[in-house]
Design a protein around this ligand. Structure first.
Ligand SMILES: [Zn+2]
Length: 299
């Protein structure tokens, strides 16, 4: 039995009735101006320059009637929706200090790279430069506000775009997540085998180096000022079993106030030692070279 054709829907905010091209991604339809897309993207410009219906660059081009051309894109519908909003609505994806969800920034970066929309690529990287620090003090604040697996696709995308200075933070944020949960993320299956292999090796090296810097968790913990020695001694077993970085934000729920201070101080110091060496651990050279590359990209 053949599958029924997908039920398509027009995206109202990206359906301009006087526009001359309809693009479909998944079940979403976008009617937009080819002149604007061509001015922003050399790839779309080349696509529209094809003088006759045919196949090329992963799209099906079919002239449906005199009023518009129909093109089916192979990309994710949500990514395309965000990407076209960033192109056609100037207020949707402004430069920092405006703030956007990580998923929006990643969608736009992914398609800005693929379709060569340089201003959006630079803008998305500017947002990543705010979100993914190169200084330990900023990283410390980030890990204390919560881990975010949303940067996961950057393991491949940052290599393709050549923005390696974001990768230490991405690797750090992924480290406390279980390997099971990482392998279950949908982008993992689409990664090139070399990227998958590199991540597994980097992760193993990161975890063993972090363990080297975290010997303090095996020393008797409760400081003299501990307010609840019996409970805090028991709780120390938890950080030994589950890993301190997984429990960082829940420390106040399981330790007394004085122990939280002492543990945070140990974490900060051991995290800083690890962070200083992280670029070398994942074969990215020195922090100095990474920060130089980041500065020259931004200027
Ligand atoms: Zn205590």
């Amino acid at each position: 039995m053949n599958n029924p054709p997908p039920v398509t829907e027009k995206v109202p905010e990206l359906w301009f009735t006087d526009a001359d091209v309809v693009l479909q991604a998944g079940a979403k339809l976008f009617r937009v101006h080819r002149s604007i897309l061509s001015a922003r993207s050399t790839i779309f410009g080349d696509m529209f320059a094809i003088p006759h219906p045919g196949r090329g660059k992963g799209v099906n081009v079919v002239t449906k009637d005199d009023s518009y051309t129909y093109i089916c894109l192979p990309d994710d519908a949500i990514d395309v929706h965000r990407f076209f909003l960033a192109i056609f609505d100037a207020s949707y994806f402004e430069s920092p200090p405006s703030v956007h969800p990580t998923a929006v920034t990643i969608s736009i970066l992914h398609l800005a790279e693929k379709y060569d929309v340089i201003f959006l690529k630079r803008r998305a990287v500017a947002h990543l430069n705010v979100l993914l620090p190169t200084k330990w003090d900023d990283m410390w604040k980030l890990v204390n506000t919560g881990y975010n697996l949303g940067f996961f696709t950057l393991l491949e995308l940052a290599v393709a775009i050549d923005i390696p200075w974001v990768l230490p933070a991405v690797n750090f944020l992924l480290m406390p997540a279980s390997l099971d949960s990482i392998l279950a993320l949908s982008p993992w299956k689409s990664f090139a085998p070399l990227i998958q292999q590199k991540y597994i090796i980097d992760r193993e090296n990161c975890i063993s180096k972090m363990a080297l810097h975290s010997g303090w968790i095996w020393r008797p913990l409760p400081p003299a000022s501990c307010l609840s020695v019996a409970i805090c001694t028991l709780a120390q077993g938890l950080i030994r079993d589950l890993g301190i970085w997984r429990l960082l934000r829940t420390l106040p729920e399981i330790f007394c106030e004085e122990c939280v201070k002492a543990i945070n101080a140990e974490c900060y110091a051991s995290g800083e030692q690890f962070w200083d060496h992280l670029p070398e651990i994942i074969d990215l050279g020195s922090w100095e070279a990474l920060v130089d590359a980041k500065d020259s990209y931004s200027n």
